[in-house]
Design a protein around this ligand. Structure first.
Ligand SMILES: Nc1nc2c(ncn2[C@@H]2O[C@H](COP(=O)(O)OP(=O)(O)OP(=O)(O)O)[C@@H](O)[C@H]2O)c(=O)[nH]1
Length: 940
């Protein structure tokens, strides 16, 4: 309130409150007093007038009584005299005698003092004195003396006026003193108000002057005392505030200086603050708004964040604006008020993306090293400096006979027992020599004593393991069994010689067996029956009952074949529904025919698969050695020709190949001619099977596959063409035709904007032609629009291993032209690590027989894992063949194999179908990606 207002209020309030009652009391008292005063004064004036009248009439009566017969004149004079002597208030004297005229004397009127209204208001009666007198004559006379009321009113008026003056003086004195008092009081309050106002405006040194009345001084002192205390309180408050704001400023800078994003949230869930790192990360404004933006991950919502922070895995994925997603660990702490009540939460994020990446890289590096170690055929043992074993891989466990549990922690010489010199000596020598990593070590040949006592010839190297500083911390021993060529793991070698589905020998093992059987037959002068078996209308089984039943049937056929053979025999699966049976040590042809007839009977017996019966027959062609004294390959071809004859004679037949009489050779010739005709008549076509990246859906290329659009038999696979032209000039012609076709097709796709890579299968005999590179170059020149880098040549792994040196040279020459290589059917050959390393193929294609089994066969799974790891170790692409189902795709992705081909992706298709398929595939994949993105939570 302003000073003026305060004063006005005080004055307005105090005066009416004090003055009005005081004036009212004064008026009341004065009224009462004057009421009684007037009554008393009036009475007294009337009494006084009555006395005066008596005093004036009594002497007159005496004089009138003394006169015997007063005449009128005498009476008049007496009355006049008496009137003159009477008090001034007597107005008249009247004498009356019966029978005589009344004599009256009147005094002249006197001037009035009291105002007429006063006399009128008093309304006094005129006092009268009447006295009777008996005169001498016996008559009676009456004297009447009358007083005038005006003098009485004047008398009362005079008294009242005196009293009124006294009263007025009193009232004036009282009001005057009262006013003085109030004014002093008002001045005091005004000063107080001014001081209070100045104090309130911040002039804390304001003090009141200690003067004036006792009360003023007391009040000024009280105010000054109070102001002093308030001033020191305010100053100390200011000091505390300053310190607090300093503290806040420091804390703010401290939080902003933190490299970690931090936010502060109130207990009610509203955001209070964020630091600079947070604002930078989320590109938000300073202040509370920064933490409430849409960019805040949903996981950090108040109801969820505490659970994340306290979870074992407190990592979340953040998607900051305009940045790639980050993996961050989330921490939070509660903060309380000074009274201990929960006030809110401080949350912070720690970027662990790099750490996770490094961990992931380390983990996959470790896994790769472990898988590599587990996969390679070489035994590897590492020790510390004291020779205590720290790691031992699977091959080393096999070769030493100690499991990892038994070996770890033991001294090297107890596990790695050498016949001549303890290994620990070589190991410590290696550590002392200061060998450098990557430098080839001196190979030592020794005899390793297996735990069982068995002995192996081994070669081994020892090298020091060094820290970054070069200080040796242990030793690594690498050794291999050179007693047998067991460089690869057991499973690889098994798969290298066996058919994965049936467990029978495969084509490669059959070649060995056949060579051996021929050797035995020659030595023992006995016959060898080479039988080619092909199930009749097996495709119908697949089509009717499905591939799974087809597989079961193949297994069962294999089981019956296995049960049929003796120790002199061997049986192998060549692929598809084709088997080869070697009947060794046979005395004559009829014995062979008899056994084959029995076999046909056994194989024709119904097969119970699941709860259905499947019937199948077999066509068998037999070539007999030495009647047909040919090399192993020719014998097989002859058996195959005989089998084809058996088929053409109606199936479910046995047909013996006879060199002299049989028309098989002729048939072969005829067939070759037919193929040549087909080639030139345009009956041969290429179908294309896509290879895709399972993770991204991208089409990484297509494999060109040969098909024969046979006018009578319909579409036939390459097995109906290639075996007929094997080892002939036609094979080369066919191979070159395929290359030209594929390039022409690539040119067409290029025109349509598709620069897909195309791979072409090259048969080994074709590839081995001395002029292969030059011919390839010529063919590439016919299509300059297509970059040679888009052409990939697929070579069977088994073929590539035949002459490593030559193959390597050939491949490098082709690669100089720009083309690339893939090793086809990888896993079925006999690759060792060193082979793979030496073959410069960019891509490895895992054989479909292993890929099919990854879901239920542990061995296949291990093998595929190992091949993927090996491919990664040697920086090769890896493509899985024969992918059939979505489960296969998921498993392959899990194993780190992203590239795949197979019915599960797409069947081989005519070139004209590829573009529509690609469009459809892209649309399907995009739709799936959208669905997956939709399924993912909105913070991420
Ligand atoms: N279930 C299964 N089928 C296979 C496998 N490998 C090849 N096939 C199929 O086996 C069939 C072999 O058919 P062919 O020998 O050409 O023809 P076929 O139906 O037996 O008729 P003929 O031999 O002329 O009597 C093809 O349909 C192949 O797709 C396999 O591992 N499992």
């Amino acid at each position: 309130m302003r000073t003026g207002n305060l004063t006005t209020w005080l004055l307005r309030g105090t005066y009416p409150r004090l003055y009005v009652p005081i004036v009212a009391i004064i008026l009341l008292v004065t009224g009462v007093r004057y009421h009684y005063l007037l009554a008393a004064e009036t009475d007294e004036a009337l009494q006084q007038a009555s006395t005066e009248l008596r005093r004036a009439s009594d002497p007159l009566l005496l004089r009138l009584a003394a006169m015997p017969t007063p005449d009128a004149d005498t009476v008049t004079s007496v009355l006049t005299e008496g009137l003159a002597q009477a008090a001034p208030g007597v107005a008249s004297m009247k004498w009356q005698v019966a029978g005589q005229p009344t004599i009256e004397v009147t005094a002249p009127p006197r001037p009035a003092v009291a105002p007429p209204w006063f006399a009128g208001w008093l309304d006094l009666p005129a006092p009268v004195q009447q006295s009777g007198l008996t005169l001498a004559g016996g008559t009676s006379g009456r004297l009447t003396v009358t007083a005038h009321p005006q003098p009485l009113a004047d008398q009362v008026w005079a008294t009242v006026m005196v009293q009124a003056r006294i009263s007025a003086l009193n009232i004036f004195t009282i009001l005057f003193l009262l006013t003085l008092l109030l004014r002093a009081n008002a001045r005091m309050l005004q000063r107080l108000a001014q001081a209070t106002d100045a104090f309130r405006q911040g002039y804390l040194s304001t003090r009141m002057e200690v003067t004036g009345t006792l009360e003023s001084r007391a009040m000024a002192e009280t105010f000054n005392d109070m102001a002093g205390k308030v001033q020191s309180l305010v100053l100390s408050l200011h000091e505390t505030q300053r310190q607090q704001s300093e503290q806040l400023h420091f804390t703010r800078q401290l939080i902003d200086a933190l490299p970690l994003p931090v936010f502060v949230r109130h207990a009610d869930g509203t955001y209070l603050d964020t630091n600079r790192a947070w604002q930078r990360l989320f590109q938000s404004q300073p202040g509370a708004d920064g933490a409430t933006g849409a960019s805040l991950p949903a996981e950090l919502a108040p109801e969820r964040s505490a659970r994340i922070a306290s979870a074992h895995n407190n990592e979340i994925r953040i998607h900051p604006p305009h940045q790639p997603p980050l993996d961050m660990a989330y921490y939070e702490a509660a903060f309380t008020s000074t009274s201990g009540v929960l006030a809110g939460t401080i949350g912070t994020l720690v970027d662990v993306t790099e750490r996770k990446r490094a961990q992931e890289a380390l983990r996959s590096e470790k896994e790769r090293a472990e898988v590599t170690l587990a996969s390679i055929g070489d035994g590897v043992i590492t020790t510390d400096l004291s020779g205590r074993i720290e790691t031992i891989n699977e091959a080393a466990q096999l070769m030493t006979g100690f499991t990892a549990e038994q070996a770890l922690g033991r001294q090297l010489d107890e596990v790695f027992r050498l016949h001549e010199e303890p290994a620990s000596r070589t190991a410590s020598a290696a550590a002392e020599r200061g060998t450098q990593p990557g430098v080839l070590q001196q190979v030592t040949y020794e005899v390793l004593i297996h735990r069982s006592g068995e002995r192996y010839a081994i070669e081994y190297t020892a090298a020091a393991i060094r820290e970054g500083t070069g200080h040796a911390v242990g030793c690594v021993l690498v050794f291999r069994d050179v007693t047998e060529t067991r460089n690869l793991r057991h499973q690889i070698s098994w798969h290298a010689r066996h058919d994965a589905l049936t467990g029978l020998y495969n084509r490669a093992a059959l070649a060995e067996k056949l060579t051996h059987a021929l050797f035995v037959a020659r030595n023992q002068q006995l016959l060898l029956g080479v039988c080619m078996l092909d199930l009749d209308h097996f495709q119908a089984v697949n089509d009717t009952f499905g591939q799974r039943v087809g597989d079961r049937l193949l297994k069962e056929v294999a089981r019956r074949l296995g049960a049929f053979i003796t120790t002199h025999d061997a049986v192998a699966r060549m692929g598809g529904d084709e088997f080869v049976l070697l009947l060794g040590e046979q005395p004559d042809v009829s014995a062979i025919e008899a056994r084959v007839a029995v076999l046909m009977q056994q194989l024709a017996a119904p097969y119970a698969i699941d709860d259905r019966m499947v019937n199948i027959t077999v066509s068998i062609g037999v070539a007999v050695f030495p009647q047909d004294d040919a090399n192993p390959d020719t014998l097989l071809r002859h058996a195959d020709q005989a089998m084809c004859q058996a088929k053409s004679f109606g199936r479910n037949q046995l047909h013996m190949f006879d060199v002299q009489h049989d028309h098989a050779v002729q048939t072969q010739h005829t067939r070759q001619t037919r193929v040549a005709r087909a080639l030139h008549a345009g009956e041969l076509v290429l179908h294309y099977q896509p290879k895709v990246n399972l993770r991204t859906g991208e089409i990484i290329g297509l494999e060109a596959l040969l098909r024969w659009q046979h006018p009578q038999e319909g579409l036939l696979g390459p097995q109906h063409v290639l075996p007929l032209v094997d080892d002939t000039e036609l094979l080369v012609e066919l191979g070159e035709w395929v290359l030209r076709q594929a390039l022409a097709q690539m040119r067409q796709w290029t025109d349509a904007g598709m620069t897909w890579e195309v791979s072409v299968n090259i048969a080994a005999p074709h590839f081995h032609r001395p002029n292969f590179v030059q011919r390839l170059k010529d063919i590439l020149h016919t299509c300059p629009e297509v970059s040679p880098t888009r052409l990939e040549l697929e070579i069977l792994e088994s073929a590539a291993l035949e002459d490593m040196q030559y193959m390597r040279h050939m491949m490098q020459s082709c690669q100089a032209l720009g083309v690339r290589f893939a090793l086809d059917d990888f896993g079925t050959g006999f690759s060792s690590l060193s082979y793979l390393k030496r073959l410069p193929a960019e891509t490895i294609k895992i054989d479909q027989s292993f890929v099919r089994g990854i879901l239920e066969d542990g061995d296949d799974l291990t093998l595929v894992k190992a091949i993927v790891a090996l491919a990664a170790a040697f920086h090769r692409h890896v493509v899985a063949e024969g992918v059939e189902t979505a489960e296969h795709c998921a498993k392959l992705l899990e194993l780190g194999c992203e590239r795949a081909q197979g019915y599960g992706v797409a069947r081989p298709m005519p070139a004209g179908d590829v573009l529509p398929w690609a469009r459809d595939h892209a649309a399907r994949y995009a739709a799936r990606a959208v669905q997956e993105a939709a399924r993912r939570p909105a913070s991420a």
